[in-house]
Design a protein around this ligand. Structure first.
Ligand code: PMP
Length: 442
């Protein structure tokens, strides 16, 4: 029988990421607008996932759609060695929003490629080969990016020869250092990193890559002073500091870049997602003046046919301008402080299944536990559980499209979400936790 519905087409012909193919039951998303997606049966769901923490500007923003259409009429594609207006303007707007030491932008098609190229630049710049990355991290699915990734997705892809060395970043709730305060966690995490650098041999290490606020791994804002400490270690040992802002950049935390919360300046910044909310795939590396100078006379060995694709860059120009003109980043900061953060903390007072609430802006996670005293996660590391499956079902039944990861519910709506929509989302989370909490609260 020929496949007819979208669901059947997908199941018949589409090979999906990170999954065993047989058991998949993908939700069909037929259309979207603002903070909502609509499925093929006409049900509207509040998108608290932002499509993998991506649609910072919301769905179908009219100015971004118009920008893509206008560019499509003018010029759809151009080879990377030529210049074009959309690419130049997108780069200018990014540099204007970046720290003063940043000079140029190399465009990629996605976050993983941005990570690949940032690492290559750091290796070329330093003449060294190793890269340090944290265990609690996700940096993408291509080979270099998956080797840098700390979570279980690395395991089946890692040949053990990548030159990546992992270390523990700070995370007080599940401290690797038996710390009991943020200050202690910060100090011990920095001591640990310094030891890793010393024992690996500083002269063999090109870079440290860090998600400023690790996202997929659990939205864990670092303690005050940690990133400044990393910056100091990079300076002391001549390492390139790569800030992976693919998920936390471009408004998600209520600032253009998450590192602005911590008063540090990286050498390379990777971005994707929020730069144009994924309306057309785009990522890139923002490069410091110092690293640009390395490649002034010496060729940079790398490139991509679609680097700075006109449609993607036109979407980025329209998106960055709209974010500025419409106060969208300020909205994300305000919602986080006044509605989302307080709302999640209030839920934690009533639902013992919530072990910890973490986040900033529109970038939050609920760490769900079987038992608050032991902090045993509601699903095992790298796995899922009946309880998490039931939570997803209960959220959808209450009109919300969630993003869960292992034992966590990530609450990551568009930066454009309104107060009323956010309250609607919090009420749905409350109902879903009540429904499953009856069975699982410790
Ligand atoms: N870095 C981070 C911090 C990410 O969150 C992601 C994607 N979730 C990536 C890199 C990889 O991006 P992409 O999937 O666009 O390749």
């Amino acid at each position: 029988m020929a496949a007819e519905s979208t669901y059947e087409l997908d199941r018949e012909y589409v090979f999906h990421s990170w999954s065993a193919q047989a058991a998949l039951k993908p939700l069909v998303i037929a259309s979207a607008a603002g903070s909502y997606v609509t499925d093929d049966a006409g049900n509207r769901l509040l998108d608290l996932s932002s499509q993998l923490v991506n649609t910072n500007i919301g769905h179908q923003h009219s100015k971004v759609v118009a920008g893509i259409k206008a560019q499509a009429d003018l010029l759809c594609t151009v080879a990377p060695q030529h210049a074009n207006a959309a690419r130049g303007e997108a780069a200018r707007l990014i540099i204007e929003r970046s720290p003063d030491n940043m000079r140029k932008v190399f465009f990629t098609n996605a976050g993983a490629e941005a990570v690949e190229y940032a690492v290559r630049m750091a290796k070329q710049h330093t003449g060294r080969n190793k890269v340090l990355a944290t265990y609690r991290s996700y940096h993408g699915g291509t080979q270099t990016a998956v080797n840098l990734t700390g979570d279980t997705r690395r395991w089946p892809n890692d040949l053990g020869t990548s030159g990546v060395v992992h270390f523990f970043g700070p995370f007080l709730y599940r401290s690797a250092f038996h710390a009991s305060t943020e200050a202690e966690e910060c100090e011990r995490a920095l001591e640990h990193l310094e030891q890793v650098i010393s024992f690996e041999g500083p002269a063999t290490i090109a870079a440290i890559i860090l998600e400023t606020i690790p996202g997929t791994a659990g939205i864990m804002p670092p303690p005050p002073g940690y990133l400044a400490g990393v910056r100091e270690l990079c300076d002391r040992f001549g390492l390139v500091y790569i800030a992976d802002e693919v998920m936390c950049g471009f408004g998600r935390t209520g600032k253009w870049f998450a590192f602005e919360h911590y008063d540090v300046t990286p050498d390379l910044i990777t971005f994707a997602k929020g730069v144009n909310s994924g309306y057309v795939p785009l990522g890139g590396v923002i490069i410091s003046d110092e690293i640009c100078r390395t490649f002034a006379e010496r060729a940079f060995p790398g490139g991509l046919t679609y680097s700075g694709h006109p449609l993607a860059c036109a979407a980025a120009v329209a998106s960055m301008n709209a974010m500025t003109d419409e106060g969208i980043i300020e909205n994300a900061a305000r919602i986080g402080e006044t509605v989302l953060g307080p709302g999640l903390r209030e839920l934690a007072e009533r639902h013992p299944i919530i072990g910890e609430v973490r986040g900033v802006g529109v970038f939050w996670a609920l760490d769900l536990v079987k038992d608050r005293a032991t902090r045993e996660p509601l699903a095992p590391y790298g796995g899922t559980s009946v309880a998490m499956g039931e939570l997803v079902g209960a959220l959808k039944a209450n009109g919300v499209l969630p993003f869960t990861n292992y034992h966590r519910l990530h609450v990551v709506p568009p930066c454009t979400i309104t107060d009323d929509e956010m309250r609607e989302g919090l009420a749905a989370i409350d109902k879903a936790l009540t429904a499953i909490g009856q069975h699982y609260e410790g």
